[in-house]
Design a protein around this ligand. Structure first.
Ligand code: NG1
Ligand code: ZN
Length: 525
């Protein structure tokens, strides 16, 4: 029997500002940290309900990722480490927006609608990033869980993907790994050390002044000196995500402040919660070259495809992208690599679900968020083959490398640390420099723009956001603009995380991109 008095009493300590309305979007709730205390308390309540419903441990991560230090946010993590089921996103919105006196009724409605048995105690894992506001906000989550009489484990400072990993481990009785940070470091390091016999030249890592830098330091001893790296923007002085980090580098297409760039040497940037990564370097003339999520997806899928061929394993491999994927990458993957390419709507949950339809699905957003997912059957076949004593040396080594790749990947969600180790392993095994990797295909010049408009929802899209269905005339105008330039493509869509619309343009030259971008800007505003 649950007594809701605890909820009533404790909710008073986390009051909702009357009239404030927020929406659980692509990245959960995300706004200025000042508006989030009641949201966190209520997400603690909802996570406990979700845990009871699924009879599993649920995760709650407090972070606003690449957004400014003053912002914060919260995301729920489902039992297998994936994003929370879509139906529960709307419960999250309802519970968050319920005025103070309607909180209990809303909570009870959800319990009734989902027919949740309140007898058993739930377990909720909580984690947070390095933002100043995160400690108090995660305390509010813990208060929410305990007000229902349920249990929680506070992992404190963790990267977002680490919390996803921990949740999955806990719910799979250790078959995915140990539900501890040490378990995470051990699993990834062991796989990395087994794949990589030779140490690459030092990698320069921009930690975005966030949690990723902290966790790389923790992981360093596990890596047995097989990865040589220098950490910059490690949070000891600079501001989180300020002029640094994966989002800054990708959007600005320039190197971050605080990293000593040396021509030809590879660098990478994490974002504020270490679920995204991009690589880059300066050429001898000092020009910046970016290797984004598309280049990463190409490197990884090429590597896996070659290993499958070498091992003689017939598994279906696909790459999942969004409309932001550079046209050159799609062309290369389809026509040169001959892999299946799917395009889905922006947002990791869409990519993740699409990737799960294949034996092996590699998915990346151009911004550097992505991972690889293996079906149960693919994992079994890889493991079976790696253990087969009758194999030739060549097939055996490929099968073992595939098995290590499975272990190196954090399959729950994009993970900057795990992705970085996989990329470093591929570069080392294939003897590729960052320039050689970059030359696999040449990106079409491209630009992104965010535009503040009166009502971003006036823009509707179809075909994985590549075409506009409203307002009337917009798509015709876009067709007219891009028709004037070679290899060009442009689209506009409302952001799911900010109150802006995003314009994307690519074409054969930077000058054409600029002209398309300007015309699009005038059309949208
Ligand atoms: P929105 O704001 O919907 O464009 C952004 C990113 C997504 C995804 C989410 C979640 C771009 C163009 N969009 O979404 O890819 O990462 O944030 O963080 O990078
Ligand atoms: Zn992030």
């Amino acid at each position: 029997m649950v007594h809701f008095e605890g909820v009533s009493l404790k909710s008073l300590l986390h009051p909702k500002p009357a009239g404030l309305v927020l929406q659980y979007g692509t990245a959960g709730f995300r706004t200025t940290a000042r508006h989030l205390d009641h949201v966190m308390f209520r997400m603690g309540l909802l996570a406990a309900l979700r845990a009871k419903k699924t009879m599993s441990t649920i995760g709650v991560m407090v972070t606003a990722s690449h957004n400014p230090e003053e912002d914060n946010g919260v995301k729920l993590i489902d039992p297998m480490g994936e994003m929370v089921a879509v139906a529960w996103e709307s419960y999250a919105t309802q519970l968050t927006n319920a005025e103070q006196d309607a909180l209990l009724t809303t909570l009870k409605d959800i319990i009734k609608q989902e027919a949740i048995s309140m007898d058993k105690k739930a377990m909720v894992f909580v984690g947070r990033d390095t933002r100043l506001s995160s400690e108090d906000l995660s305390q509010a989550v813990l208060d929410g869980v305990s007000s229902l009489g349920d249990h929680s484990h506070d992992f404190g400072l963790v990267t977002t993907p680490q919390l996803h990993y921990l949740v999955r481990c806990q719910n799979t009785n250790g078959s995915y790994g140990n539900a501890s940070l040490e378990g995470y470091y051990q699993k990834l390091s062991q796989a990395f050390v087994q794949i990589t016999s030779k140490v690459n030249s030092p990698l320069r890592i921009d930690g975005a002044n966030g949690i990723g830098a902290l966790k790389m330091r923790e992981m360093e001893p596990f890596l047995q000196q097989r990865l040589s790296f220098n950490l910059y923007n490690d949070g000891t002085s600079g501001r989180l995500n300020h002029l640094c980090g994966a989002d800054y580098v990708k959007v600005q297409q320039r190197s971050p402040q605080g990293v000593e760039m040396v021509a030809g040497e590879r660098c990478c940037s994490f974002d504020g919660d270490a679920d995204r990564i991009v690589y880059y370097y300066h050429n001898p003339q000092g020009h910046f070259h970016l290797l984004d999520g598309d280049k990463i997806a190409t490197l990884i899928s090429t590597f896996i495809k070659e290993l499958l061929t070498q091992a003689g394993l017939n598994l279906q491999l696909a790459v999942v992208q969004t409309a932001y994927a550079n046209g050159s990458s799609t062309h290369f993957l389809q026509n040169n690599m001959k892999v299946i390419v799917e395009c889905v709507k922006t947002g990791v949950k869409h990519l993740h679900h699409a990737a799960q339809k294949f034996d092996i699905g590699v998915y990346f957003e151009a911004n550097g968020h992505g991972t690889v997912v293996f079906s149960d059957s693919a994992e079994e076949q890889i493991k079976g083959l790696a253990a087969d004593p009758s194999l030739t040396e060549d097939r055996k080594s490929a099968a073992q490398m595939l098995e290590d790749t499975v272990n190196l990947v954090n399959q729950t969600v994009g993970d900057a640390i795990s992705d970085m180790l996989l990329i470093e392993a591929v570069l080392a095994v294939r003897g590729l420099s960052v320039q050689q990797w970059d030359k696999i295909y040449t990106d079409l010049p491209n630009r992104q723009l965010k535009v503040k408009v009166a009502d971003r929802r006036a823009i509707d899209t179809t075909d994985a956001e590549r075409r506009a269905t409203s307002p009337a005339g917009l798509q015709e105008a876009i067709d007219g603009i891009v028709g004037k330039y070679s290899l060009s493509r442009s689209f506009v869509r409302p952001s799911g995380t900010e109150d802006v619309v995003r314009v994307y343009a690519e074409a054969d030259t930077q000058a054409s991109v600029h002209r398309i971008k300007h015309t699009m800007f005038y059309w949208v505003t």
